[in-house]
Design a protein around this ligand. Structure first.
Ligand code: NDP
Ligand code: HSE
Length: 442
C-alpha cells in the first residue's frame, strides 16, 4: 500500500481483481506491497482500482485501500479507466460469463483458471480475438513455473518431442506425505485444502482431472493438438494404496502422478496416471506441492522445469507477471499470433492408447501354491509381455488365507496387450484380486 501511495505520481495502468480467495489475495499483496517491482519491470505502476468478491463481510487478510473492495462487478465493467483484470474465480460458471463480460467491456484478462480454459478455451479466445483483447494464462498450468511462456515463446524454434510432467501440486503433496509419514489419504487431502493448494472441489485434483486439463493446454501449445481434456486417458491417485508405495520404494522407485504427451508413430501419446519413477532421477525427487515439467525439443534437447505448482504466492507471481506483460502490450502481441485455440487445423491427432508402450508394475493377490506363477507368466507370454522381475512375499513373511502378493515388473509392452493380459489373469481361479497396474518411468 505504501508503494501504491508513493507511486501515485508515475505513469499507471489501472487494474482490478475479480475473486479474492487464495490466489487473489496473493495478487493484491504483490500489487500493494511491491509496486516498485512493477515500476522497475513495466515502467509503470499497476494501480489496484477495484477488487470484486461475493461476500463483503468475509475476513480477507489483506489490507485494501478504502473504496477498493466491492461486490458489484459493474464497478469494474463500467469503469473505462480499468484496463487489465485478473479473473481469479474457480470453476466454470459464473467464471465463463464474467470473463465474457470483462472482454466485452474492453478489458484484457489474466486468469489462473485452467478448468475454464480447458472447457471453454476456443469460445473465449475467439471472442477475445474478435474484440481485439487478450487473455493471459501463465498461472493456469504449473502455478509459479513459467511453462506457458517457455513453450510458446522461448522454445518456439523447436518441435517438441515429448513432455513428462507433474502438474498437480495437491496430488504430489498427498503422495509425498503418504510415502514419508504413512499419513492417511483423507487427512492429507484436508491439509492440502487448509494450505490453499487444492481446488474448491478436491476431487478434481485427486482423480487426475486437473492434471488432464493442464496437459490438454500444454499439448495444444506444444504440439498443436486439439484434444479435449476428457478424452485423455486418466487415472488419479485416489485409488492408490500405501502398500504399492512401499513396494515401489523397495524396487527403487517413487510413485508420482505423471502426465505425458509424446510424439509416437501413431500420433500423440497422451495420458495421466500414477507412475513408478526411478529413484534419484530429477522427476522422482519432486516433493510436496512442487511441479516439474521435462520437455524434449528437437533443437534444445531436454530441459527441466521445477518449482511450486500450487499455493498463494507462487501462483500470484505468475498472475502479476502476466498483468505486467499485458499492461505494457507484450501479451497483446503474442496473443494475436498464438496458435492456441485458433481456427488452424490440428497438427497431430491423439494416438490410439492401445498402441502406446510402457514398462509396467503389476500387483496381484494370488494363492500361495505350486503352478500359479507359471499360469500368470503363461498369459503374459501369450500377450507378448516379457517379465523383468517377480517378487512373491507377504510383508511379514506369512500368508493370509494362503493368499500372497505377487509383484511383476515387465519389460516394455503394448498397452492394448497389457489390458488383454490383465483381463485374462483376473479370470484365473488362483488370482484373488483385480490387478493393480502402473506405468514405469526409468
Ligand atoms: P478460492 O476458492 O480460494 O477463491 C475464489 C474467489 O472467487 C473467492 O474470493 C470468491 O469470493 C470469489 N468468487 C466466487 N464467485 C464469485 C462471483 N460470482 N463474483 C465475485 N467473486 C466471486 O480459489 P483460489 O484462489 O484457490 O483459485 C482461483 C483460481 O485459480 C481457480 O481457477 C484455481 O483453479 C486457480 N489456481 C489456484 C491455485 C492455488 O494454488 N490455489 C494455483 C493455480 C491456479 P468470496 O471470497 O467472497 O467467496
Ligand atoms: N489444485 C491445483 C494443484 C492448483 O494442486 O495443482 C494449481 O493449479
Amino acid at each position: 500500500m505504501e508503494h501504491q501511495a508513493r507511486a501515485e505520481a508515475m505513469e499507471k495502468t489501472n487494474v482490478a481483481i475479480v475473486g479474492m480467495g487464495t490466489v487473489g489475495a496473493g495478487v493484491a499483496r504483490l500489487l500493494l506491497d511491491h509496486g516498485d517491482r512493477t515500476a522497475r519491470h513495466a515502467g509503470r505502476t499497476l494501480w489496484l482500482e477495484k477488487v470484486v468478491v461475493q461476500d463483503l463481510a468475509k475476513p480477507r487478510n489483506v489490507d485494501l485501500p478504502k473504496g477498493v473492495l466491492t461486490n458489484d462487478l459493474n464497478d469494474v465493467l463500467n469503469d473505462p479507466s480499468i484496463e487489465v483484470v485478473a479473473q481469479l474465480i474457480g470453476g466454470l460458471e459464473p467464471a465463463r460469463s464474467i470473463m465474457m463480460k470483462l472482454l466485452e467491456s474492453g478489458k484484457d484478462v489474466v486468469t489462473a483458471n485452467k478448468a475454464l480454459l480447458a472447457e471453454f478455451g476456443p469460445e473465449l479466445f475467439d471472442r477475445a480475438r474478435e474484440l481485439g483483447r487478450s487473455i493471459a494464462f501463465e498461472a493456469s498450468v504449473a502455478g509459479g513455473i513459467p511453462i506457458i511462456t517457455n513453450i510458446s515463446q522461448c522454445l518456439s524454434a523447436n518441435q517438441v518431442q515429448s513432455l513428462q510432467a507433474i502438474l498437480n501440486g495437491t496430488s504430489n503433496y498427498i503422495v509425498s506425505e503418504m510415502e514419508e509419514s504413512e499419513a492417511a489419504f483423507e487427512s492429507v487431502v484436508l491439509e492440502a485444502q487448509r494450505l490453499g493448494l487444492a481446488e474448491a472441489d478436491p476431487t478434481l485434483d485427486v482423480n487426475g482431472s486437473d492434471a488432464a486439463q493442464k496437459l490438454a493446454i500444454l499439448a495444444h501449445l506444444a504440439f498443436g493438438a486439439r484434444v479435449h481434456w476428457s478424452e485423455i486417458p486418466l487415472q488419479g491417485i485416489d485409488q492408490l494404496q500405501l502398500v504399492d508405495l512401499k513396494y515401489a520404494n523397495q524396487l527403487g522407485y517413487r510413485v508420482k502422478l505423471i502426465a505425458v504427451a509424446k510424439l509416437i508413430a501413431g500420433g500423440l501419446e497422451l495420458h495421466v496416471s500414477p507412475t513408478l519413477v526411478k529413484m534419484f532421477t530429477p522427476m522422482s525427487e519432486v516433493r510436496g506441492a512442487n511441479n516439474a515439467i521435462s520437455v524434449v525439443g528437437d533443437a534444445v534437447g531436454r530441459v527441466f522445469f521445477h518449482g511450486l505448482g500450487a499455493g498463494q504466492m507462487p501462483t500470484a507471481s505468475a498472475v502479476v507477471a502476466d498483468m505486467m506483460d499485458t499492461a505494457v502490450g507484450r501479451t497483446g502481441l503474442t496473443f494475436k499470433t498464438l496458435e492456441l485455440w485458433s481456427d488452424q487445423e490440428a497438427r497431430v491427432q491423439m494416438a490410439d492408447p492401445a498402441t502406446t508402450r510402457s514398462r509396467y508394475y503389476v500387483r496381484l493377490q494370488v494363492l500361495d501354491q505350486p503352478g500359479v506363477l507359471s499360469q500368470i507368466t503363461g498369459v503374459l507370454g501369450e500377450n507378448n509381455i516379457s517379465i523383468a522381475s517377480v517378487i512373491q512375499h507377504s510383508p511379514d513373511g506369512q500368508s493370509e488365507n494362503n493368499v500372497v502378493p505377487l509383484i511383476v515388473m515387465t519389460h516394455e509392452a503394448h498397452e492394448g496387450e497389457a489390458d488383454a493380459a490383465m483381463k485374462k489373469i483376473e479370470q484365473l481361479e488362483t488370482v484373488k484380486s483385480s490387478c493393480i497396474r502402473m506405468r514405469v518411468l526409468d
